[in-house]
Design a protein around this ligand. Structure first.
Ligand code: GTP
Ligand code: MG
Length: 230
């Protein structure tokens, strides 16, 4: 009961804080989404640059109407998520003239955007906190797995190895599969060996003519913090 009361208390407090936050300081959280190599990191870097340097943004209504005062990077709110390395990406693009490497883990940043309200019942200056998340495009593939059972995914993945041009790259993984006993006792070492062979197959597919990952799980290709976990 005590724990319920204190939990309810902290929930009410959190709600009150969130509501007062919302009144004083609205927060918008955006995920930039797209398959691997679709341009998320470049777009995100350009977005920060244009907002922070207050470049002319004629298609962005608040800027066009002269209501955008300034934007600045402020500490991002989650201590357990790495910060988006904006300065590194920007320097690579403009000084070294290099495109960013494929993103291999999640990161985020927070922009405080100071603007002039449009009028109505609350006018005057306002600040919008914009949190933007960048992540490896490979992870987007795994959304398709949400509606699939393991058996359906396994059947589809094995059927996929029979597509034209895949026999040679699938052979080493299929050879490992043949030696597995699905009803035998769990052996972590054997499972890891199979997982490594399967990941090599996914990597070979990604290196193929399509040059983007299309076979999930993308987490196998870009494990991020889960690298090496069972
Ligand atoms: N010409 C041109 N090419 C771009 C632009 N943005 C991205 N590209 C190309 O697209 C590639 C991928 O861009 P990224 O921003 O790294 O793509 P991403 O979506 O972050 O990719 P992942 O991190 O692998 O998910 C770059 O290496 C460039 O070759 C752009 O504005 N202009
Ligand atoms: Mg990226």
């Amino acid at each position: 009961m005590i724990s319920f009361a204190s939990r309810a208390g902290s929930a009410i407090q959190a709600f009150a804080e969130a509501s007062s936050d919302l009144l004083i300081q609205p927060t918008l959280r955006l995920g930039v989404t797209g398959l691997a190599r679709s341009g998320k990191t470049v777009f995100t870097t350009a977005l920060i640059h244009h907002l922070v340097e207050t470049h002319a943004l004629p298609a962005f209504a608040p800027a066009h109407e002269g209501r955008l005062r300034r934007a600045r990077l402020v500490p991002q709110p989650d201590d357990d998520i790495p910060r988006f390395p904006y300065e590194d990406h920007f320097a690579a693009l403009t000084e070294q003239r290099l495109w960013p490497r494929s993103t291999d883990r999640i990161s985020q940043f927070r922009l405080a955007i100071e603007y002039e309200r449009k009028g109505g019942w609350r006018s005057g200056p306002g600040t919008l906190m914009l949190d933007v998340v960048d992540y490896p495009g490979e992870w987007l593939l795994d959304l398709a797995l949400i509606d699939q059972s393991y058996a359906e995914w396994a059947a589809a993945t094995i059927a996929g190895t029979r597509r034209t041009g895949r026999a040679a790259i699938a052979a080493p993984w299929l050879a490992v599969l043949k030696d597995l006993d699905p009803s035998g006792p769990l052996d972590e070492v054997v499972a890891e060996r199979a997982s490594i062979a399967f990941t090599a197959y996914l990597t070979a597919l990604r290196a193929g003519p399509e040059s983007v990952a299309t076979t999930p799980p993308g987490r196998f290709l870009m494990p991020g913090d889960l690298a090496g976990s069972p």
